[in-house]
Design a protein around this ligand. Sequence first.
Ligand code: SF4
Length: 412
Amino acid sequence: MIAERFIYGFPRSLESRRLPAEFDAFAFTIPYEGQLPLAYNMLQALSSASSQKFFTIVGGSSPTSNPDIYLEFFDAVYVGELEPSVHLVVDALLEPSSLLSSVPGIFVREKESFQRVYADNLNTIPHLVKPIISDVSPITEGYPLEVSRGCPMSCKFCIGRVIYSPFRWRSLSVLKDIAERIVESTGVKRLTLIGAGLSYVPHLPQMLEWLVNKGIGFSLPSVTPSLIFKIHELIQYSGSRTITFAPETPSETLRRHIGKAIGNEEYFQAAFLLRKRIKNIKLYFMFGLPDERKEDLTQLQSFVEKFVHFGFQKRNIKISATPFVPKKGTPFEDEGMPSLEELERKAGYFRRLRKEGYVVSIYPLKAARAQAVISLGDRKIGRLLKLLIHKYGVRGWLKLPETELGGSILQR
Ligand code: SF4
């Protein structure tokens, strides 16, 4: 048996440049809804490149959150983390599909329900330390080191904490061992630490100190101010020039309402501690949140100005603004989404910052609403999307009026 990778836009496999026709099954990973149209497009390309029928299976965050809609596109959906069932899935792919449906985590059309699978103990599951590095996707940033899965916080919009629960982490000794083996086998001297709830891993400060002492650089995903209070002195030795916070909203009241109990003052104190240690601050915001008022957004200006006050240049303050997208399985699943007009108006608060010299990126509004349709939709919506993407193309279908895209399910 051989397993190789295909990536969007490349007709041959990365490893040995094989054609799709040489494979019997294709497994897709879809981390977020926006990639479903691309995956479907790839499926169509694979079908036309291969005369024989092949089997398709999909997994990842988005299919785990709403497997139903994906069954319209793929033969099977894998719900959850693959490690506990990987051998069963591989064995079943070599056998008739009746066996596959009995594998934990597998959801197929004939089944009424599914079971999300997760690894009980991250210490006992393997971590890739010697990857096949292709010239199409070389390691340019840092090598990923997965520290934790899940998150102990209760943000009501967050799908990550739902589909990766419970909160688990690798022990300090296991992390050190993996880091050493990665450095030895790849020669990289920089690690990108992965984990949504990374800030809450109890031994993270010790791990970072160990990396610094070993001369291994690191970068972090978005972190909490409370982590910065503990590790700010290590940051200047990390080789990283950027720290990312995700306050979600400049309003402390709204932030608490959406389940993120972190005060504005904590972000400002963290910025104060970092002011001479790093160059860039990244801030992730959402807009169009449930119960968001005008007063919540008008605080944006003074919130970001605090970072300037502590010495960060406006051009080094990178602001990412994304419309709130309701996700299936979260407490905000039924909250709907603001209309395009309202989102447009709210995005204006961020555009104004761009004019003042901050670096601002705003996620395309219509694409965000389309993501929400995929996130909440059922198989009927799946059939509709399939038809539209087939007819109008990967990007063309987004230009259709929302009434034709199943947008009515997003009404507030
Ligand atoms: S802190 Fe981050 S990962 Fe954790 S629940 Fe909130 S948004 Fe999700």
